[in-house]
Design a protein around this ligand. Structure first.
Ligand SMILES: NC(=O)c1ccc[n+]([C@@H]2O[C@H](COP(=O)([O-])OP(=O)(O)OC[C@H]3O[C@@H](n4cnc5c(N)ncnc54)[C@H](O)[C@@H]3O)[C@@H](O)[C@H]2O)c1
Length: 225
């Protein structure tokens, strides 16, 4: 089941999905009631919840260094990127606890592990996702619920927020900077992130919980000179 604030976008994703999509729902993850409805619909459509992937996130380019970040941007970034994950987990965890099993896979960012220049609110929100993931991992381990997160570097496909302000030349500069930063010498793809998420969603990671997996071609390991 796919949930997104933008129903048309979720439907488009569903039509391109290779697996079966039972249902597409519109939900604003920052609203508790909508998360509760999403959980109820998922349980009704699927008969249980094995895996929850929290991928929704925003990255408004106007939010830069602390003194350059508006209060409205700060609040909204923390609301979507961190509170949204909290509300979504809060709605679905009881179903997993009742089942005695479940895997939560959150999308954080390389920015949760390192400090990215002039992305204060975004970095803080993703560091919060990482800590929330660890908290859930420890609090629900004995209930059979695992929680892990992936920490991707910038993807070949920037977020919608970034895409709206970057021209072709800036996009190429961005890609070149990421190729240089990653020892593996290329830019992260959605498939790279999906593969890492699949590992956490599956029994292959059955003894892994509270982990933050960098998906960045080694960029976090390499010191820059
Ligand atoms: N693209 C990158 O370079 C990159 C790098 C590292 C991490 N990430 C993270 O990966 C995740 C996905 O990024 P993306 O590039 O696919 O972003 P995107 O902008 O393409 O998509 C984000 C989706 O989140 C949805 N959304 C926004 N607010 C919502 C809300 N309140 N409730 C429900 N849905 C909402 C949007 O409608 C959109 O479909 C995000 O968490 C992002 O922070 C992205």
């Amino acid at each position: 089941m796919l949930a997104d604030l933008d129903l048309a976008r979720a439907q488009q994703s569903a039509s391109g999905a290779s697996g079966a999509v039972a249902r597409v729902v519109q939900a604003d993850l920052t609203v508790a009631d909508q998360c509760a409805r999403m959980a109820a619909e998922a349980q009704e459509a699927l008969g249980g919840i094995d895996v929850l992937c929290n991928t929704a996130g925003i990255d408004p380019p106007g939010a830069k260094k602390v003194h350059e970040t508006s209060e409205a941007d700060w609040d909204r970034i923390l609301e979507v990127n961190l509170k949204g994950v909290f509300l979504s987990c809060r709605a679905l965890i009881p179903i997993m606890v009742a089942q005695g099993s479940g895997a939560i896979v959150n999308v954080a960012s390389q920015g949760a592990l390192l400090t990215m220049p002039a992305m204060a609110a975004y970095g803080v929100s993703k560091a919060g996702v990482l800590q929330l993931t660890r908290q859930i991992a420890v609090d629900y381990a004995r209930d059979g619920v695992r929680a892990n997160c992936v920490c991707p570097s910038g993807l070949v496909s920037p977020s919608l927020d970034r895409l709206s302000v970057l021209g072709a030349e800036q996009l190429e500069r961005r890609a070149e900077a990421m190729r240089r930063a990653a020892p593996l010498g290329r830019v992260c793809t959605p498939e790279d992130v999906a593969s890492a998420m699949l590992f956490f969603a599956s029994g292959m990671s059955g003894f892994v919980t509270g982990a933050a997996l960098p998906v960045e071609g080694g960029a976090t390991t390499a010191m820059k000179f």
